[in-house]
Every structure is written in structure tokens, then in C-alpha cells.
Ligand binder design. Sequence first.
Ligand SMILES: [Mn+2]
Length: 230
Amino acid sequence: MTSEAGRRRAAIGRRSRETEIALSLDLGGGEVSVDSGIGFLDHLVGSLALHAGWGLELYCRGDLEVDEHHSAEDCALALGEALARALASGPRPRRFASAYAPLDEALARAVVDLSGRPFCRAVLGLGTARLGALAGENAEHFVSSLAMAARATIHLEVLTGENAHHRAEAAFKALALALREACAPAGLSATGAAEAAASAKGAVLLEELSPELFAERSAALRARPAGGRR
Ligand SMILES: [Mn+2]
């Protein structure tokens, strides 16, 4: 969670029998250093962080002797979890954003909502392409895993493009630009009022409760009549 006021950051460790990960994310920017053990994934995630304006250090050691699937998936789950925690540690984000990014002949579109509801449709059209040590399908799976862990809605499509490297990179850049906008604090722009009214239910706020806070909140809720929202 945040260490200093106003810094939206999260650092997490994640360990399983398949991978071990240390990750530090700062939504306000900073050093970008990505070493997942998969060269092309480092290229994509480094680009994602750079264009989203994030500081990101991500180190993963995984069972690459099996294949790159577990490492790619778990890096995405760790990044998504860190993103959710960093967002929860700061002011309400804008939530909705969309962006296009070209890379030469390739063109990608990303539409995101930091909704608290995980959903992903990632159509990169990479077929059976291999991008260095990364299978194209694992680039899509990365985005999907990121959306699940971040509890975000992500629609990501490559609209046109011939070169698989260009298609994948354009997709991650479009996603980065959309996330940059969606993560920005709400209400700081001229459309702040419209942003505040954008959802009937408002932003979904999730927080971790200590046993004491849980006792306090649950007692307060049970004391209210059914349907008695604030
Ligand atoms: Mn490239």
C-alpha cells in the first residue's frame, strides 16, 4: 500500500511451486526494470509501463523448463493485483478510458473500465505466431490475467496489421495509454463533474478490514434496516 501520502504504489511478492515474483509498481512514475525470464514479455511489459507512465520493477523466476505459460500468467496476476492495490491506496480514478495506438502498419484499440468487475476480451490475432520465447496466445493470456487480477474490464483489439511483433506491441501500447488515462485521479479535469456522475453506483471501493474494523462495520450494517443504504 502507500508508504507516503499521495504516492499510489504497491509492492508485492508472489510465490508458488511454478514461479517466484517480486514486483513494485508506482502509478506516479519511476524506474522501469522488467526481467520475467521471457525476453519478448519484458519488451511488452516494459512498453506497457513506459507508456502508462508507471514506475515498475518486476522480477520473475519460473519453470521455463516446462514452458513460458506459468511465468507470463503469474507476472500478469502480480501486476494486476499491484494495480488494484495501488489504485485502492489513492484517490478515486477516472475509471473509463480508451486509446488507439499504431505501430507502423498495425493499429490497436483499448477500452478499459476500472470497474471492480473482471472481464477481458483480448483479440490480438496472433494465431500461432511465436514472439521470441513468447507464444502469441500467451500475450493475450497475459492481458486477460491482468484484467482478472486488477478486477478491470478490458477490451483490447488489434484492428489491422501484418507483422506479429507490431500487432502485439501496438496492443500493449494502446492498453498503456488507456490505463494511463483511466488511472488518473478523477475530478482534476474540466469534465470532473461528469466523471463523478458517470456511474449510478459510483466507484467500487474495496478495502482490507482488520478484525477490529470488521467487527465495527458488521455491527453498524446489522443495526441498519434492510435496504437502508447510506
Ligand atoms: Mn518492438
